[in-house]
Design a protein around this ligand. Structure first.
Ligand code: SF4
Length: 110
């Protein structure tokens, strides 16, 4: 199934494909960026904006592949991303991993 996303300017992209320019389609697009760069426990509340975000996989893959240290990205806090990177040191490309998983799910649904 293909879901079409629309950004704030009206541009559309198919959800079943990987979105390179993902930031413009994020739920947080247009919001105060500082809201995602809170500290400590406040990140647990801040990451609620990510739930249901249509580009959560792209956002998370980007932050993991770039070892982004600060802020909430892809529904994960700094601490959660650090822990994930530590648990899976063998992953060389999170994008490749997530993209392959998405392709597998799209194919199995068709
Ligand atoms: S996953 Fe969260 S931080 Fe990333 S684009 Fe979506 S709302 Fe923004």
């Amino acid at each position: 199934m293909t879901v079409v996303m629309t950004n704030r300017e009206g541009a559309t992209v198919a959800r079943s494909s990987w979105v390179d320019e993902w930031a413009q389609y994020g739920t947080c697009s247009g919001s105060d960026p500082d809201a995602l760069f809170v500290q400590g426990a406040a990140q647990q509340q801040a990451k609620q904006v990510c739930m249901g975000c249509p580009v959560i996989a792209e956002c998370l893959a980007d932050s993991l592949d770039n070892h982004t240290e600060f802020g909430v990205w892809g529904g994960m806090t700094e601490r959660e991303r650090r822990a994930l990177l530590k648990r899976r040191p063998n992953v060389t490309s999170w994008r490749t991993l997530f993209e392959a998983d998405r392709t597998r799910r799209v194919l199995s649904a068709s």
